[in-house]
Design a protein around this ligand. Structure first.
Ligand code: BGC
Length: 529
């Protein structure tokens, strides 16, 4: 049995930077409503919205203080309902982001915990623990946070009586829930039902491999290793009981008609990540196999094979992702400039040709590069705490070609009293704008639309189908090849020279194929079987 998501292309909307309808410099739900015709024109099947729930915005919304309300910065629940029905009216499904590993230090349950004494039931919703050393002035263990610095914060730094610390794997404004406490499980059942009852089609689960920690929170014997760019402490992630949560959520999601989609952000090696998509757990986890690789055919082949091997042992189609709001834009990752742009186009076409689902990030369809956001304008807590900034991939979308203001991101920008966008839109981005690219048949936007339409057509005619397996190989001169079991081969020319394509019907290419040769830095889909 296949579901819509098995072969879907899902577009990630980062609401802060998508479209600002009220002119306060931050994107909002009404901006998404206004741009719904654009979203529908892309040819994708669904939208994933990163957090718009109530939040002090310390981690740009990944610190949620009310999981069942909309932050006034983005609008209201009524706006959400209108956005959802507009999306559905265009045949687009909508996923919302759920953050179950941690909350905001302004969540009422955390405030109640802070106001309650050590050992109280209120504190047992989180990981409170007395410190070590003289005056219990040292953290309870040696864990460090993903964003850098210790993973513990004193509950009441000035108190000599209350010497509890609380655990935060991310910033101190993001205390971790204690999933050993059944009240937390029940609380999240309610959160899921709230959104599913409202009609959302699925959820993206933030740090889905988190939630449970090693019993007793022991010291880490090693310095945490970096997996996929994030510091990962094996004692704080990927603990066995988390799978029971996803079995429970799967039953809950399957109880709806139609069933709701569960996609997890699982930053683990493929063989561990695959365990999250066992038949009674999540439907998908993002396949980040290529998300941090450079333009290197051999590395892609090895990663592709590893992923396919893990998948074969468990099942489940991969859900490819090359970009998101945490990753460096592909144009820049693949070398920048014209060459980087060509490679990013090729990678996008390759992504849409691979078997499984594909997630694309707003601006990827425009070929936006990473922006070197001026130091004083950087907003990412990871920058302030750990020296790594994700701001460069979060810059507002340029909509209008006019070489001034915010390129149409905010309507009133440039007029007296209007707000500047929360991150500056670079000068010169008019060329990359939706308006400019929509009018240019050779633009990245036009290529994306054509590729998405071709993909849909190939699915409709049975040339592409769900559950195809992939065989990765490396042909001569840096030609990466992925042969789908249905008979189509996806090829990416990652070497310096043009390469001869295998015999067969050319279905799609990111650049003109001349006399059977695919130029360097291009990708093609060829029906070979
Ligand atoms: C999100 C990040 C966020 C972190 C903490 C993630 O992996 O994608 O943007 O900072 O979780 O919630």
């Amino acid at each position: 049995m296949t579901e819509w998501w098995d072969t879907a292309v899902i577009y990630e909307v980062y609401p802060r930077s998508f479209s600002d309808a009220d002119g306060d410099g931050v994107g909002d739900l009404r901006g998404i409503i206004d741009r719904m015709p654009y979203l529908a024109s892309l040819g994708v099947q669904g939208l994933w919205l990163t957090p718009f729930q109530r939040s002090p915005q310390v981690d740009q919304g990944y610190d949620i203080s009310d999981y069942c309300d909309v932050d006034p910065l983005f609008g209201s629940l009524d706006d959400f309902d209108e956005m959802l029905s507009a999306a559905h009216g265009h045949g687009l499904r909508v996923l919302v982001d759920i953050v179950p590993n941690h909350t905001s230090c302004e969540h009422p349950l955390f405030l109640a915990a802070l106001a309650s004494p050590p050992g109280s039931p209120e504190r047992s919703m989180f990981h409170f623990s007395p410190g070590r050393g003289p005056g219990e002035g040292e953290a309870p263990n040696n864990w460090i946070s993903v964003f850098g610095g210790p993973a513990w914060h004193r509950a009441h730094p000035a108190s000599t009586v209350d010497t509890d610390w609380y655990l935060h794997l991310f910033s101190a404004a993001q205390p971790d829930w204690n999933w050993e406490n059944p009240a937390v499980t029940e609380y999240f059942d309610g959160v899921l039902r709230f959104w599913f009852d409202r009609g959302v089609d699925g959820i993206r689960i933030d740090v889905a491999h988190g939630l449970f920690k090693a019993p007793g929170l022991p010291d880490s014997p090693t310095v945490p290793t970096v997996i996929d760019g994030l510091r990962s402490n094996p004692l704080a992630m990927d603990q066995e009981p988390v799978h029971e949560v996803y079995r429970r959520w799967r039953r809950l999601a399957d109880g709806y008609t139609p069933p709701r989609l569960l996609v997890g952000e699982v930053n683990l090696e493929p063989e561990r990540a695959a365990r999250y998509t066992r038949p009674d757990e999540l439907h998908q986890t993002f396949a980040f196999a290529f998300a941090r690789l450079g333009w290197d055919a051999e590395a892609w082949m090895t990663a592709g094979r590893k992923l396919d091997q893990a998948r074969r042992s468990i099942g489940g189609d991969p859900s490819w992702a090359l970009e998101n709001h945490d990753l460096v834009r592909t144009v820049s990752r693949f070398g920048g400039g014209l060459r980087g742009a060509l490679r990013a186009r090729a990678a996008l076409v390759a992504l849409l040709g691979l078997p499984g689902a594909a997630y694309v990030y707003q601006g990827q369809e425009l070929g936006l590069p990473e922006v070197d956001v001026p130091l004083e304008e950087r907003a990412d807590p990871m920058w302030h705490q750990g020296g790594v900034s994700r701001d460069g991939a979060r810059v507002p979308i340029p909509w209008a070609a006019a070489p001034s203001g915010t390129h149409g991101f905010s309507p009133s920008a440039g007029t007296a009293g209007s707000s500047r966008p929360w991150l500056p839109v670079p000068e010169g981005w008019g060329e990359l704008s939706v308006e400019a690219q929509a009018a240019d048949a050779s633009s990245t936007l036009s290529l994306f639309r054509a590729a998405a339409a071709r993909r849909a057509e190939l699915h409709a005619t049975g040339v592409f189908s769900a559950r195809e397996s992939a065989t990765w190989s490396l042909e001569a001169a840096g030609l990466l090849s992925c042969r789908r079991s249905g008979g189509v081969t996806v090829l990416v020319a990652m070497g310096d020279d043009a390469v001869r394509l295998p015999a067969g019907e050319l279905l799609f290419a990111s650049a003109p194929v001349v006399d059977g040769f695919l130029p360097a830095d291009a990708a093609a889909w060829v029906r070979t079987g």
